[in-house]
Design a protein around this ligand. Structure first.
Ligand SMILES: [Zn+2]
Length: 55
């Protein structure tokens, strides 16, 4: 059940830097921006969408 949360969130969240779309990686631990290719952590199923948290 809880694994559905990120799938729903990802439809409404966008990259804080370029406002591009975000896609989960294969094991759902990271989000990658399809626009600027920044990567964001997903902590406790909540994407950490902070510009200073990019990898
Ligand atoms: Zn971006």
């Amino acid at each position: 059940m809880t694994d559905m949360v990120p799938a729903k969130l990802v439809k409404i969240v966008v990259c804080p830097i370029c406002h591009g779309g975000l896609r989960f990686n294969a094991d759902l631990t990271k989000l990658r921006c399809t626009g600027c290719d920044k990567r964001f952590r997903v902590q406790d199923e909540i994407p950490v969408l902070l510009a200073q948290e990019t990898e």
